[in-house]
Design a protein around this ligand. Structure first.
Ligand code: HEC
Ligand code: HEC
Length: 310
């Protein structure tokens, strides 16, 4: 290759690069035009329904227990008024702002072929169980961060079950209702092994080692420490729920009454999202009972006057 040929070659590379670049831009523009419906309809999220008159969140019965006494007709009336702004419910119904909801219960996440779901929804594995739907409708943006469903959530737990019972009926073969087991109906504390004996033999050092790798990504633990993603944890044991002044807690956490008992911390660290549905703590929980007790024993030590052990 002499120098002229090299120049021609370079020019060709340059030109093809520019063409490619422009094609990319045009492609981007075409792809970025949102679908017509979204341009035409601008819907404000409907106001959340009035708060339930029921007691604090920890007394919410399991979804199985709530479904057992659910009223699908009340759910239908609610859904047609609110959810119907964005969804159709009939077999083969079209997408509006949201997908059609026929056969959604028991179907896969992002179940409507051809609907432009958010990446968050598309990446959810598994089928829509009753628990999933309960969590989703409690706070869509917590269940699928980045969801395109601009609906704030339905805080009334029984109305959520009514709506889910209605969704279940949208099928030629509704999936069976979940059994109300003996331990599902009363308090859920029974599921977990008794905490006192585990705390008695707990190793706060092992708890601290675990916390250093996980909890301290989001929490400071020294007296007067600042908030990071989560609140400072000094003096949290025996302190009130949402104990750090000025931290922006979730509504779920703010609604909790009473002090943080050992039992509360045990259930919280077992499954944060179950203890405080809608919590901002994006941590799945510690399934191991002794490790939980170790972490709680370490939390207890974050105080000038640690609470007495149970
Ligand atoms: C403002 C419009 C809007 C309202 C109101 C709304 N939704 Fe949605 N819904 C959407 C959109 C958009 C999606 C897709 C979410 C995504 O891709 O992240 C969706 C997704 C869903 C899904 C998942 C469907 C699937 O195929 O996986 C269910 C279930 C659902 N909505 C139920 C409800 C119920 C029940 C209500 C009423 C309590 C409701 N929605 C209210 C817009 C809405
Ligand atoms: C990804 C960040 C993150 C991780 C990891 C995390 N937390 Fe949290 N934590 C938070 C946030 C955010 C809140 C506030 C929750 C709310 O408002 O619902 C919180 C709240 C708490 C509270 C309640 C504090 C109060 O003032 O009432 C405790 C206790 C707690 N976390 C302990 C832990 C422990 C122990 C671990 C490790 C096993 C941990 N957290 C891991 C972010 C995190």
């Amino acid at each position: 290759m002499d120098i002229r040929e090299i120049n021609k070659f370079a020019a060709a590379v340059l030109v093809s690069g520019i063409v490619f670049f422009i094609a990319g831009l045009v492609g981007d523009l075409v792809v970025r035009v949102p679908p017509q419906k979204q341009l035409a309809i601008k819907i404000e999220p409907p106001p959340p329904p009035p708060p339930p008159s029921a007691g604090p969140a920890e007394q919410v019965p399991s979804i199985a227990a709530r479904l057992a006494k659910a009223d699908p007709a009340a759910g239908e009336a609610f859904a047609k008024k609110i959810c119907g702004i964005c969804h159709t419910f009939t077999d083969g119904g079209k997408a509006v702002v949201g997908p059609n909801l026929y056969n959604v219960v028991g179907g896969p996440h992002a179940h409507m072929a051809g609907f432009n779901y958010s990446d968050g929804m598309k990446s959810k594995a598994g089928n829509w169980t009753f628990e999933d739907l309960d969590a989703w409708l409690t706070k869509p943006s917590a269940y699928v961060p980045g969801t395109r469903m601009t609906f704030p959530g339905l805080p009334d737990a029984q109305m959520r079950a009514n709506v889910i019972a209605f969704l279940r009926s949208l099928s030629a073969e509704p999936v069976p209702l979940p059994p109300v087991t003996q331990e599902a109906a009363p308090a859920r504390t029974g599921e977990l092994p008794a905490l006192a004996p585990l705390l008695a033999k707990a190793d706060p050092k092992a708890g601290e080692a675990f916390a250093k790798t996980i909890c301290m990504i989001c929490h400071t633990v020294n007296e007067g420490g600042r908030s990071i993603i989560g609140p400072n944890l000094y003096n949290v044991v025996g302190g009130p729920h949402a104990h750090m002044q000025g931290f922006l807690y979730s509504e779920a956490m703010k609604a909790k009454t009473g002090p943080w008992t050992y039992e509360d911390l045990n259930r919280w660290l077992y499954k944060p999202a179950e203890y405080a549905p809608g919590t901002k703590m994006a941590f799945p929980g510690i399934p191991d009972a002794q490790l939980r007790a170790n972490v709680i024993a370490w939390l207890r030590s974050l105080s000038a006057e640690p609470q007495p052990l149970p």
